[in-house]
Design a protein around this ligand. Structure first.
Ligand code: PRX
Length: 664
């Protein structure tokens, strides 16, 4: 029920949060439970008894052109296949079937531009645009199976582009708009993309950043890339290379407005999304059609308790990450949801913009990252308190562990203590949410993602023995396959096995996170066990950042670690050795940060840089990052006897202390 927004002072709030901190479990509010799509815990038993039958029931919610004959083919495990023999089309399921069922006038997206521009796009309108652009792609020579790159900001055309690719069976390869053009080039090269859809320029907090121009600087000699399609979004003049570059609006105007959705095998590739692994080379996560759509639609429906006729759902992520793929585009559209799509940042034109949007569109479900919540805490409760947030009925988080204080603030200030919070744990690889509360069933504990979704099995294994732990800390694994799992690493099948299935065999997926199980069997995800860092929910490999830093001409060697950070979860700290006798100064710091921005993107720039004459290495020359992490976190140093030169450590300790003194 609607409640009046509460006005609380900072002091009262701290006091209230401290009181809430005493509460260990938050039961779903009775009224929520009563109306929830799922409110009987028997669903867990049903799914566990026969996971294949449970997933088949979820898949049957989709429209299939031809039914499947086998739910799960595990004959080549860990290369699993789901719903084999079945044929369907993702764009048909996301659009046509809603329009055919008379839901064409429902708004798919309330799009809101940075400067307050508004565009409501109905399912019928979205379908018409997708058909036209799908025809235009074919006119440009894009065929089923061709990889199409997409490098677009949060404008409606990014959704159109993804769905048009899905319609004709051309796997897309979306690159987050915050990545640099060089990172785009690398991803286009690895995936041998035939076409790239980009934009003239993008809105960045009141300014316009040129995009096509940057793309041109790096893409010139990439022979596999035959077409660049440019969306005219911000009136930025572009140089168009004859024979290669075309404007989106012009090819759409010339295209056939009809384009039937191609019936595709359930295992036809839907997309590749590059993410960071333990080495500098990003991993091309491959998702396919039937299992992926089954996973994202079922989780979206039940985790968010979606009532498509009445809910206004907002996932405040970027389409360029997996959260955007699964929970801005495919899950919500498959379920016929009405979503909000916001072009900009959470602090432009002011720090209240999110709450203005919630009030304006009557958002009922909000899904965002803990980093954003921590930023809001810093900006103060006056911003949300200035708006009527009583439409909200469910809140979600994703991307990183949420600290209890942020959870409680979200619960109290945003949710008025009325909204269940779903802390959803998953990964680019898993495609869909894996560990999460069900809001009408699960009692939540601040900071815990609680239990695996029905049909998913997870365990914590002891690091040393690999034995499952009823209670305690160890390695998180998922047992057995699930429909939305990655199928392979694009063009690197051996790396797929090596990364996820070598340690415990092809039935047990190694997640790469450490986790703890408590006395009630709840899962608490702690963080990565590999050289992957999570900055504001953005996944980066330390090796990737290191290789960007050493590209700077003054740098001889670098080692990067993730350090705990109050605002961003983790922050990047770089230990850098310069060439010869060079001394590092502000100028060098800026130069290195600029190199990283150019190679990867601004979000990967180190927060701290520590100059060092040498790095702690073993006798065989391996950098001991564990020791660097100990130093940065101010912990007692572990065993240093295996170091080639133990004296390195005292110099480093001094440097870190100096630096911390300066910062204080
Ligand atoms: O370490 C976990 C963390 O994010 C990693 C996956 O990152 P990515 O593939 O970029 O996907 C992020 C969005 C799904 C995981 O291995 N992570 C994600 N969600 C949570 C989390 N850590 C704790 N709690 C979560 N809810």
């Amino acid at each position: 029920m609607a409640t009046e927004p509460k006005q609380v002072s900072g002091e009262e709030l701290d006091h209230d949060l401290a009181e809430l901190l005493e509460i260990e479990r938050f039961e779903p509010p009775a009224e929520f439970r009563e109306r929830a799509l799922l409110n009987d815990p028997a669903v867990y038993e049903e799914a566990a008894r026969d996971p294949r039958a449970w997933w088949a029931k979820q898949a049957a919610e989709l429209d299939w052109f031809e039914p499947w004959d086998t739910v799960l083919d595990d004959s080549e495990a860990p290369f699993y296949k789901w719903f084999t023999g079945g044929k369907l089309n993702v764009s048909y399921n996301c659009l046509d079937r809603h329009v055919l069922a008379g839901r064409g006038e429902r708004v798919a997206y309330h799009w809101r531009g940075e400067e307050g521009q508004e565009r409501d796009i109905t399912y019928a309108e979205l379908l018409a645009e997708v058909k036209r652009f799908a025809s235009a792609l074919k006119d440009q020579g894009v065929k089923k199976g061709d990889v199409v790159g997409i490098y677009l900001p949060m404008i409606p055309e990014v959704v159109v582009a993804m769905l048009a690719c899905a319609r004709i069976g051309a796997p897309h390869n979306v690159v987050f708009g915050g990545f640099s053009a060089e990172a785009v080039r690398e991803r286009m090269e690895f995936s041998e993309a035939k076409a790239l859809i980009t934009v003239d320029g993008a809105a960045r907090k009141g300014k316009t950043a040129p995009v096509k121009e940057r793309v041109d600087e790096v893409m010139g000699d990439l022979a596999t890339l035959q077409k660049i399609i440019v969306v005219r979004s911000k009136d930025v003049p572009c140089e168009m290379r004859a024979g290669r570059d075309v404007y989106y609006d012009e090819i759409c105007a010339a295209a056939d407005p009809e384009c039937e959705a191609e019936p595709l095998d359930a295992e036809h590739p839907l997309y590749i999304l590059y993410t960071s692994g333990s080495t500098a080379k990003p991993k091309g996560i491959l998702h396919t059609t039937g299992g992926y759509l089954t996973g994202v639609s079922a989780t979206h429906r039940y985790v968010f308790d979606l009532k498509p006729e009445s809910d206004v759902y907002w996932c405040a992520a970027d389409v360029g990450w997996v959260t955007g793929h699964s929970y801005i585009v495919y899950g919500p559209l498959a379920n016929g949801a009405t979503s909000v799509m916001w072009e900009g940042a959470p602090d432009y034109p002011n720090r209240g913009i999110w709450w203005e949007i919630v009030e304006h569109y009557g958002v009922t479900i909000l899904y965002c990252a803990p980093t954003a919540i921590r930023a809001c805490i810093k900006w103060g409760a006056d911003w949300p308190n200035g708006h009527d947030l009583s439409s909200l009925r469910l809140l979600g988080t994703v991307g990183e562990p949420i600290n209890p204080k942020a959870w409680l603030w979200y619960h109290k200030v945003i949710g008025s203590e009325q909204c269940p919070i779903v802390d959803t744990w998953w990964q680019t690889e898993t495609g869909a949410i894996m560990i999460t509360p069900l809001p009408g069933i699960t009692a939540t504990k601040p900071g815990s993602a609680t239990q695996p979704f029905p049909g998913v099995a997870a365990q914590v294994l002891a690091e040393s023995s690999g034995e499952p732990l009823e209670e305690g800390q160890g390695l998180l694994v998922l047992n057995g396959p699930w429909p939305s799992m990655l199928r392979t690493l694009y063009k690197e099948p051996e790396r797929y096995i090596e990364t996820y299935f070598k340690r415990f065999g092809s039935e047990t997926y190694l997640v790469g996170d450490a986790a703890r199980r408590d006395k009630d069997g709840y899962f608490w995800v702690i963080g990565r066990i590999d050289d992957v860092v999570n900055v504001s929910g953005h996944r980066l490999s330390t090796a990737e950042v290191e290789s960007a830093i050493v590209a700077h001409p003054d740098v001889a060697e670098a080692a990067v670690i993730g350090q705990h950070d109050e605002d961003t979860g983790q922050a990047i700290v770089a230990f850098v050795t310069l060439q010869g006798d060079l001394e590092g100064d502000e100028h060098t710091v800026e130069g290195i940060r600029a190199t990283v921005a150019e190679r990867i993107g601004k979000f990967a720039r180190p927060k701290r840089m520590i100059w060092t004459d040498d790095l702690p290495k073993t006798r065989s020359g391996k950098i001991m990052r564990r020791l660097l992490r100990d130093i940065a976190e101010g912990r007692a140093l572990g065993d240093v006897t295996t170091l080639r030169d133990p004296a390195v450590m005292s110099q480093l300790e001094d440097r870190v202390k100096e630096m911390q003194a300066q910062e204080d």
